[in-house]
Design a protein. Structure first.
Length: 287
């Protein structure tokens, strides 16, 4: 296996890409890595994870090609032995320059619009999860009621009836778990996008020295939207997680389902926790 200058690559990426550009690079070219990047990672941590990911999967050649296409002459000067100087790379470099120039034109109101788009996705994802909890909770409640009746003499259900209810509940929990697993990456991306928009807005606030206080207030209002979505959804997730993991171990289908659902709910709650820390950090930065 060829040895690559990992330390030099790490230094190059850190010095030539900002935090958002690293997110975009991972999203565009390494989506599996992007979906599993912790929200609280610093830029340096993201670069280290990116390089480790590519090294372990023998994807460093692909990463080198990507870096050259995005940073052209900077890459070629730093790593001439890995450079591919051709028209295609020049075209890619020109595209990168055009995108950079386009980003330079983004204004404060554009950033707020961008935030609103991500924020709506964030809120809709959280609501879909809470709606799903309501749906599956009905089947779990029915199964729990029948379990409780097993110990009663009057109107005692048969074991086969209880087992059917438990298996049905486990199937519904499995559907819920798959939905959670599908929604978690979308939730994380929308949160990252919203936070990135806020960070851009902070950078642009220097353009409003006479109205900084008013602009800070606007940013706090945007953060309030994210806070509210988390406060509304988090208690339901916590409550449902406790309900699921404390279900008695009666049939193997339910045992497997509740373990998988517990993990999925834990991951989502961790994302909520990371989001609250990040929002608090940004509030402190714009006081």
């Amino acid at each position: 296996m060829e040895e690559y200058p990992i330390a030099e690559l790490r230094s190059f990426i850190v010095s030539t890409f900002n935090d958002e550009e690293i997110d975009v690079l991972c999203f565009d070219y390494f989506p599996d890595l992007y979906d599993n990047l912790p929200i609280t990672f610093t830029k340096n941590q993201k670069v280290m994870r990116l390089l480790g990911y590519c090294r372990d999967r023998e994807l460093i050649p692909k990463l080198l090609t990507i870096l050259e296409s995005l940073r052209g002459s900077q890459f070629q000067n730093k790593f001439p032995s890995y450079a591919n100087d051709n028209d295609e790379q020049a075209d890619s470099l020109q595209m990168g320059i055009e995108l950079f120039e386009e980003n330079e034109e983004i204004g404060f109101l554009d950033v707020l619009d961008e935030f609103e788009t991500h924020s709506i996705t964030f809120q809709e994802t959280a609501k879909r999860i809470t709606d799903a909890i309501t749906d599956v909770g009905k089947d779990v409640t029915i199964a729990t009621d029948e379990l409780n009746k097993l110990g009663e003499e009057a109107s005692k259900p048969s074991r086969s009836s209880v087992k059917r209810s438990l298996v049905r509940a486990s199937e519904r929990i499995d559907v819920f778990t798959r939905r959670m697993e599908a929604e978690t990456p979308l939730f994380a991306r929308s949160l990252k996008g919203a936070i990135s928009s806020i960070e851009k807005a902070i950078d642009l606030m220097d353009d409003f020295p006479n109205s900084r206080e008013r602009q800070v207030q606007k940013l706090h209002q945007q953060l309030d939207i994210l806070d509210k979505a988390i406060r509304q959804a988090e208690p339901q997730l916590q409550s449902f997680r406790i309900t699921v993991i404390t279900l008695p171990r009666m049939v193997k289908e339910l045992n497997q389902s509740k373990r998988q659902a517990g993990r999925a709910l834990e991951h989502f709650l961790e994302a909520f926790s990371d989001a609250k820390i990040l929002i608090s950090t940004i509030r402190d930065a714009i006081k």
